[in-house]
Design a protein around this ligand. Structure first.
Ligand SMILES: Cc1ncc(COP(=O)(O)OP(=O)(O)O)c(N)n1
Ligand SMILES: Cc1nc(C(=O)O)sc1CCOP(=O)(O)O
Ligand SMILES: [Mg+2]
Length: 497
């Protein structure tokens, strides 16, 4: 009998394609505030929770398990118990996960019945084949990487997973030391699900950690893969604004939607007029998109006014959107101001705390920090200050520095990462910043970790500048089309995943 009094039968189909065992799989730890952290992880995208309690106190184990089971039922999340068949039965769990020493899956199947999920830990091809033959609904396979969460005997790595993939027809749940940064290798090796403990439950923000890990599964989605929402102004000339954003998102392989904050009468020579969109209509557009389309990443450009910035920040919070790339557009290529004076403080106070990556150029970084930036050291100091203002990651773009290569500095709160490209002297650079930021948002939406997303976007925008179009009598646009073709040719493997 299900917790709501109905006879619910969880029909588990062992066929990998139909199995519910996919995506982000959370295993509990023994820390405080467990239910609170698990709930945040579920809100961030966890679809399976495994209750793993090695404690001796049965009453405590049952009480904690009951609370987690109720949470999972309420959220429609699969609830699996680790090791203990009696506890799994008492809690009426959806299934059990057995280690090699935790009993025969055939006995568990007889005790739990056909409708329950049975997972088995495996570490070799032989163990994996034996578990499959014994009727397991999925296998855990690890360890992928070194971990502090358990003493491991087998470090098999993603290569070990790739080696068994072709012979295992049931879902493979990879486990062991998996993080946002090494997770792509595991998904690319063929894992159907990623089982994690510390990457999510030891993270200060389990919601964000689960969100970042969940994006990795877009790496194998059909094209267009990943959905990006641009919240920016319209550039009638087509070179910047939402026009540049949607070209970038689409040509790089994701689905783009847009919320328009302002209309500009603009061409390659400059801006001749601006009409701000009423903040209430910006809110209406945001509701229309975010209530319906599963947006993976948001990119903001020209936000025009303090009211619109406040509206965007409120809606990002309401819809719990955390992968937000903020390009703090302030001045158009020709020098026209694109944001009113009071808006800068609202951007710092309301939007930056909700920013996953801030991408200021040097004039914008100077305006936001009050610094004068003349070299990379100044870029680093600006990045630190902007991080302290709330941006989770900061990319200060060095294009405005006059000498040397075009160097951008990424600060992730603990380390600096340099991205360099040959400086290309061209006047056809209209839309560079919009294109760069929307390319980063696109690669994030496609499941690239942050540093890879920035690196690939830097490559894309550099080619787009090199191939810039001599259109109009002013600053021509960068070349989105030929740049997308070129970077796709350079990275063919990413197209076939
Ligand atoms: C999905 C998944 N894979 C492996 C394990 C490890 O289980 P086990 O071998 O039983 O070790 P303990 O978890 O009991 O320490 C798992 N729990 N889940
Ligand atoms: C429980 C467990 N089993 C493993 C195996 O290799 O079977 S590795 C592991 C620990 C996973 O924790 P974290 O995500 O913090 O590395
Ligand atoms: Mg065990």
């Amino acid at each position: 009998m299900g917790s709501n009094g109905h006879n619910l039968r969880l029909v588990v189909n062992r066929d990998k394609q139909d199995s519910p065992i996919r995506g982000l799989y959370l295993i509990t730890d023994h820390g405080d505030r467990l239910a609170e952290r698990v709930e945040a992880a579920i809100d961030g995208g966890v679809r399976i929770v495994q209750y793993r309690n090695k404690g001796k106190d049965r009453a405590q184990r049952y009480a904690v398990g009951e609370e987690l089971r109720d949470l999972c039922r309420q959220r429609g999340v699969i609830f699996i118990v680790n090791d203990d068949l009696d506890l799994a039965q008492q809690l009426k769990a959806d299934g059990i996960h057995l280690g090699q020493e935790d009993g025969d899956p055939r006995i568990a199947r007889r005790e739990l019945g056909p409708g329950k999920i049975i997972g088995v830990s495996t570490h070799t091809m032989e163990e994996a084949l034996a578990a499959q033959a014994a009727g397991a609904d999925y296998i855990g396979f690890g360890a992928m990487f070194p971990t502090n969460s358990k003493e491991i005997e087998h470090l098999v790595g993603p290569e070990g997973l790739a080696a068994i993939r072709s012979r295992i027809m049931i879902p493979i749940v990879a486990i062991g030391g998996i993080t946002r940064d090494n997770g792509p290798r595991v998904v690319d090796a063929g894992a159907d699900a990623l089982a994690v403990i510390s990457a999510v439950l030891a993270h200060p923000d389990p919601f964000l950690a689960a969100t970042e890990l969940g994006l990795l599964f877009n790496r194998r989605a059909a094209y267009p893969r990943g959905a990006v929402l641009t919240v920016a102004g319209s550039d009638s000339g087509g070179g910047a604004g939402i026009q540049a954003d949607l070209k970038t998102v689409t040509l790089l392989g994701s689905y783009g939607s847009s919320v328009i904050t302002a209309l500009t009468a603009q061409n390659t020579r400059g801006v001749s007029g601006i009409h701000g969109v009423p903040p209430s209509f910006v809110a209406e557009q945001l509701d229309a998109v975010l209530s319906d389309i599963p947006v993976d990443a948001v990119k903001t450009g020209m936000l025009f006014s303090a009211e619109i910035i406040a509206t965007v920040a409120e809606k990002l919070a309401e819809y719990r959107k955390r992968i937000v790339v903020v390009d703090p557009v302030m001045v158009a290529k020709g020098g026209a101001p694109l944001i009113d004076r009071g808006a800068v403080n609202v951007l710092k106070d309301r939007l930056m705390p909700r920013t996953y990556l801030l991408t200021p150029n040097i004039p914008e970084a100077e305006r936001l920090t009050g610094l004068t930036i003349v070299d990379e050291e100044g870029m680093q100091e600006a990045a630190r200050r902007l991080f302290r203002l709330g941006a989770r990651n900061v990319l200060v773009k060095g294009g405005h520095l006059v000498a040397g290569d075009a160097v951008d500095i990424l600060f992730d709160g603990s380390a600096f990462h340099r991205f360099t490209a040959p400086r290309i002297l061209s006047k056809n650079t209209h839309g560079t910043g919009c294109t760069y930021a929307s390319a980063i948002a696109t690669y994030l939406a496609q499941g690239e970790p942050l540093r890879e997303a920035v690196g690939r976007a830097k490559e894309f925008v550099t080619v787009a500048i090199r191939l810039g179009q001599p259109l109009g009598r002013g600053h021509g646009p960068v070349n989105h089309l030929l740049a997308a073709d070129e970077v796709r040719d350079r990275n063919p493997e990413t197209e076939n995943q």
